[in-house]
Design a protein around this ligand. Structure first.
Ligand code: APR
Ligand code: PHB
Length: 405
């Protein structure tokens, strides 16, 4: 049956919308998820793959931890490679015992979809939201198209989890939101390859030929990225050229060998930083990529989305249980403080490791000096490690600290 009314209309069935719906459901708050794409498309979309401990904890609390605990790869560090040298960042030693888990976002999405289709709340695929109306009133509604028909979902609140290009943010009247953004003069060419990873932990490489990243999806599937110019066509890069370029960028003094294998996917990703303020307009809220984007170098996108919806679900639950809007009113400030920290970290990782096409040799030497400082000082390394494994949520300055755990 097609629902006509709900408490929270969730627009978008990516990780933010699916996790929010699951958390709301567990707290007894009624909601409906509208997703424009079909299930198969959403489940095969390739995205990032690093989960902070806080994200793993909330997925477990949402009941989506079983396969994650079985198949996720726990990592206790990353490697920085620069100037033909390797340096390991040891997370437990530098960041109070912390670690991260390698588990693809597509797998998180599959687990959440399975749960939601089995237990509710309603999740409609092929339901494209075209407008949000009445966010300034007590009775908002969401207009969408499904099965070739125009439909309306009446609700009390709307949450835009519809990604960067979504319609919810765009439905806010001119002047209602302020946006901040920066685009970068390079993109990533990402590949998936059927070959065992050549390393046990991720390698972030600064090289005179540009940035490269070695990541993984499982003990038999590698995920690798190369910095490429904006506007690059992935099809213009042959498999051999990709492996040769990766080899050149990961070159290091000492033993190392990059294993090659069949490339099963190639795509180009733009790099952008973007923040919307505030994350609310009347009864409309924004979460995840709809609210903010980070370049992927710090692996923060999915984790920020998970943190947003954890805070938002707790706020709706408090409203449901007590009638108080205190947490809902604090949502934007609570999340934005951590969002801006992650924006800074992602910007730092990106600009320290990539080569800007206009970069001077002087600026390259500064990048190497910065990386050398991280390699030589536990204080500098701890700053990177703490940000990488994920900072706790804290209330805006001057208010009570509030942790997610
Ligand atoms: N109506 C309904 N659904 C929509 C609409 C619309 N008008 N527009 C977009 N969507 C859907 C998209 O099809 C997509 O499934 O919203 C979803 C948004 O999902 P994501 O882009 O994955 O964003 P989010 O859930 O915020 O996830 C956070 O973490 O790793 C990062 O950027 C990466 O996707 C990632 C993000
Ligand atoms: C990935 O595995 O896709 C990945 C890992 C780390 C990043 C970005 C992407 O910083």
């Amino acid at each position: 049956m097609i629902p006509e009314h709900t408490t929270v209309a969730v627009v978008g069935g990516g990780p933010a919308g699916l996790l929010l719906a699951r958390l709301l459901h567990l707290r007894g708050v009624d909601c409906v998820v509208l997703e424009s794409r079909e299930r198969a498309y959403v489940e095969q979309r390739q995205r990032a793959g690093i989960l902070e401990q806080g994200t793993v904890d909330v997925l477990r609390a949402a009941g989506a931890g079983e396969r994650l605990d079985r198949e996720g790869l726990v990592h206790h560090g990353i490697e920085l490679r620069f100037d033909r040298r390797s340096h390991r960042i040891d997370f437990p030693a530098l960041a109070a015992g912390a670690s991260v888990t390698v588990y693809a976002q597509t797998e998180v999405v599959k687990d959440l979809i399975d749960l939601q289709l089995a237990e509710g709340p309603p999740l409609l695929f092929g339901a494209e939201v075209v407008a949000v109306e009445g966010a300034d009133t007590g009775r908002p509604s969401v207009r969408y198209r499904s099965d070739g028909r125009d439909r309306v979902l009446a609700c009390e609140y709307v949450v835009g989890c519809d990604g960067f290009h979504g319609v919810v943010r765009q439905s806010v009247p001119e002047g209602g939101l302020t946006t901040y953004q920066r685009e970068y003069p390079y993109s990533w060419l990402g590949i998936l390859a059927d070959v065992a990873p050549s390393c046990e932990e991720l390698i972030y490489a600064h090289s005179p030929r540009g940035f490269a990243l070695h990541s993984m999806r499982s003990p038999s599937v590698s995920r690798l990225y190369l910095q490429v110019p904006n506007g690059t066509d992935a099809a213009a890069w042959s498999d051999e050229r990709i492996w040769d370029e990766l080899d050149a960028r990961f070159a290091v003094d000492g033993p190392w060998r990059l294993e090659r294998g069949p490339i099963t996917a190639k795509s180009v990703l733009p790099m952008r930083s973007f923040v919307t303020e505030p994350l609310r307009h009347g009864r409309l809220f924004l979460a995840g990529d709809a609210a903010h984007i980070v370049p992927p170098t710090g692996a923060k996108g999915l984790n920020l989305a998970a943190a947003d919806v954890t805070v938002l679900a707790a706020a709706f639950a408090e409203l449901h249980d007590t009638g108080s809007t205190e947490l809902l009113d604090a949502y934007s400030d609570t999340c934005l403080r951590r969002v801006w920290r992650a924006e800074h970290f992602s910007y730092f990782m990106t600009t320290t490791l990539h080569t800007d096409p206009d970069q001077s040799p002087f600026e390259t030497r500064l990048q190497i000096a910065q990386l050398d400082r991280i390699a030589g000082s536990p204080h500098a390394a701890a700053e990177l490690a703490e940000n990488y494994v994920g900072l706790p949520l804290t209330a805006p300055v001057g208010e009570r600290a509030e942790h997610t755990d």
